[in-house]
Ligand binder design. Sequence first.
Ligand SMILES: [Zn+2]
Length: 465
Amino acid sequence: MTADLIEREQDNRPTTRACASAAPSASIPASIRLTPLHRWQREHWILASVFAAVTVLASLCTPRFADAHLGNGTEVMQHLVLDLPAQPSATLSPGFFDTPEWTTVRIESGQTLGQIFDSQGISARLLHQLLDLPGAREPLTRVRPGAEFGFARNAAGEFVAFRFERDETALVQIDIDGESLRQRVEPRDLQRRVVMTSGVIRSSLSQAASDAGMSAAGVLEMAKVFGYDIDFAQDLREGDRFSVVYEDIYRDGERLRSGEIVAATFVNQGRTYDVFRYRFADGRTEYFDGEGRPMKKSFLRMPIEYARISSRFSSARRHPVLGRVRAHRGVDYAAGTGTPIMAAGDGKVTYAGWQNGYGRVVIVDHGQGYTTLYGHMSRFGKYKTGARVRQGDTIGYVGMTGLASGPHLHYEFRVAGVHRDPLTVTLPKPQPLPASELARFQNQTQPMLARLQTLDATQRGLAVR
Ligand SMILES: [Zn+2]
């Protein structure tokens, strides 16, 4: 099976580019040109999305689940939508949008803020004033194509108000009265719907997930929560199956995107993996397996996302550049130049520099005799020799410096100074939750496990057909 089993989340969001030839915006400094929306907004939101969905789902999903209808001969079936208790959706305060004559402008790719405002006959000076309002600059300069701005004029044709969506949860309106600018924020509530679905892999994971009604982002979430146990680029087989309980995020009745996975089962090559999102008493969430062991392991399976293994660990192979037979004491991952390379585990950078053969190389010491090495980088991340890194931190980017016939990451794993095959080395199991927490964990996850098992049982019948 190859890497096409999973398609990387396409960063489809078109980015607005600053265009030097854009004459009308010539007076607008580059710092306020539109720049791509950064990921922090989504992650920021996810961090904030803490809800007791588990218990709610357990009480809600039974009746409709029992009614779930199996289509004849279809691989994928249930896609149940379970409404969480209604949260009042945002109601706009009276008068919020009733300023006369609103014009809505949709942002197009390549447009600058300056161009948009200029096209509305608004001066660069006023734009600067808007941007200087607290909290306005960041969202306005990161706005993406497809977003909409509202411009309001009074009967005399004067520009009196401007509005924009600051983020998923807030609308902002700025009222302009001569020299005085007043900013109003209207919060918008998000709703979470818990969805259950399942599928069997026939051709690819992305196909099965799409048949099951999951978005590409949902598939990525799944790859993330199971990523320590299942290598989605290498390990998937036809007949593998999954059952997932996840959140869909809605606003004003409209689906925005998929949210976090609440619980899931993945059967890979006959082995069953369960994952549960567990909410600690302080509201923090983490993913655990059915026994209460963290899904997050001391080391990532691969220090790079969805790359293809181009050369394995071996005691003798013909070197592609030198032509000589010699040991290959690591694993090579072929990936495009510039692909981020992650620290496989928490640790300390003991070396970030140039070494013959390895080119630009980083070595991380993880303590207890474990070290990892990352070679042929095109450039380093922000961590220098001596810096502490966390698992997943970007320590460099794929390249072909040193002895390399093409862009790839050369990855080595050493235990007590001895090279080990990173793909097969056995690592100590992480500690499960303490007994006191475990009882709470089981209470929280038991009902979910029962649902997953029922979903999976029906799916298993399909998988073995
Ligand atoms: Zn190599």
